[in-house]
Write a new protein. Structure first.
Length: 436
């Protein structure tokens, strides 16, 4: 499907609904440079970014080939070629506990402030969901700028991201040595192994999403931002056999008051072994002339906390939801992950849009493999929940007991939430390591 994604038309139901309001919805032709520039201009306006440069547009070229890009137009405006709303979507793999699904990734959702409260966002989002269903994709995912918008469409937060800073001079490294080798590499060498490392790390991390095009390349510094690109440094960990097992990308900024205590910011760090994780963090901690280390989009359960003598020197600056997911085909998603052992669980899901509405019975074996079926009734543990909380439970980052205590879901009998947690909780906290 990826090769055909850019050729997908805009959703016909949403197109007709917006036409009734005097608006034109259409897919953007990836080969039409003027249309692409106008769409990117509208997207930039929506996020208060600067006008796109030729260099930036060139970087985006692969994205437009790989995604379905949609604009909504008001042909009565002085400049009707620039959309008054934008959205883009493409298929991407998403990791679940012990498995993965192909999902419809949604991005660049904007509506011009001059056209609010006209049902444009709803038309676009519901159109994206219908597109995913028609493509046979059982889930939709997105990252959000506002946390209050997407629950109404059935999305719920499935990963949380931590942003922290460390006083590396006072933290005190106590982690065990790693047997391999850490080495600085060029951008070109880093990129030769980055894709393999990223994919391997992503498949082991619930909540992580595969990325392509400029979304991946910008981890190494965007060519259109030469000043930032020049700052990037690349460090790799190779195991005892010489195989790359981890890659870190970082840059350093001056402390205006103390040149010997500069600020190191981790732009990206992917590891596929515990040895690589410890070795790369140790390298970053022990660099000369560094006083503060900053990192973002990190797990809320980082092993790093247990690698320092003084964990108080790791200060959380922000904790926020990051990836939002929406289940569209409940049996397909429920059967794509593994569970915490043999057991049974029934989920009664309420979906106002109808995609995932129903009662679903899960029977798991000792290995955690599941048989999922639609059911009229059951006698075992049962959880009653709205669709926006189905994905958060399935990714395993929030407990059914917590949601029950919050009054967001209902257990049929005392102990059903605990039974659900025994099957659903993930051994590894879900995290999304990038933006898209």
């Amino acid at each position: 499907m990826p090769a055909e994604t850019s050729a997908l038309p805009a959703d016909p139901t949403s197109t007709a609904a917006l036409a009734d309001r005097g608006l034109r919805m259409s897919a953007i032709d990836a080969s039409d440079d003027a249309a692409v520039r106008a769409w990117v201009e509208a997207d930039a306006r929506g996020f208060h970014d600067g006008a796109p440069t030729d260099e930036f547009l060139a970087e985006l070229r692969d994205d437009f080939v790989l995604q379905r890009t949609v604009g909504v137009f008001d042909d009565t405006l002085a400049d009707p070629a620039i959309p008054i709303a934008t959205v883009a979507g493409w298929p991407a793999p998403v990791t679940l506990p012990g498995g993965e699904v192909d999902a419809w990734a949604i991005s660049a959702v904007t509506v011009a402030p001059t056209h609010r409260r006209r049902g444009i966002a709803r038309a676009m989002l519901e159109g994206e969901l219908r597109t995913a269903v028609e493509a046979g994709l059982p889930m939709a995912v997105l990252t959000v700028s506002e946390a209050t918008i997407y629950g109404r469409y059935g999305f719920g937060p499935v990963t949380w991201a931590s942003r922290f800073e460390v006083d590396v001079r006072r933290a005190g490294w106590v982690g065990a040595d790693s047997p391999g080798r850490v080495q600085l590499v060029s951008r070109e060498i880093a990129m030769t192994t980055a894709r393999t490392l990223f994919d391997e790390a992503r498949r082991a991390t619930p909540g992580d999403v595969g990325i392509v095009g400029h979304r991946f390349d910008r981890l190494f510094g965007a060519p259109s931002d030469a000043a930032e690109r020049r700052k990037r440094r690349f460090v790799r960990y190779d195991d005892e056999s010489g195989a790359p097992r981890g890659l870190g990308v970082y840059h350093v900024s001056e402390d205006p008051h103390d040149w010997s205590a500069q600020i190191l910011e981790v732009d990206y760090l992917a590891t596929t072994t515990d040895d690589a994780y410890r070795a790369l963090w140790r390298y970053l901690f022990e660099l000369d002339l560094i006083g503060t280390l900053k990192a973002s989009l990190r797990s809320t359960d980082e092993p790093l906390t247990w690698l320092v003598a003084n964990p108080r020197m790791i200060r959380t600056l922000e904790l926020r939801e990051h990836l939002w997911a929406r289940v569209l085909d409940a049996p397909a998603v429920l059967s794509s992950r593994t569970y915490g052992g043999a057991g049974s669980l029934t989920l009664r899901v309420h979906d106002p849009l109808g995609f995932a509405d129903g009662v679903f019975s899960i029977e798991t074996d000792a290995a955690g493999a599941a048989q999922v079926s639609q059911a009229e009734a059951s006698t075992g543990p049962l959880i009653d929940l709205p669709v926006d909380l189905l994905a958060p439970l399935l990714f395993g980052g929030v407990s059914a007991a917590t949601l029950t205590a919050a009054g967001r879901i209902t257990e049929r009998a005392p102990g059903d939430a605990a039974a659900a947690d025994g099957l659903l909780r993930s051994a590894r906290q879900p995290v999304l390591t990038t933006w898209f």
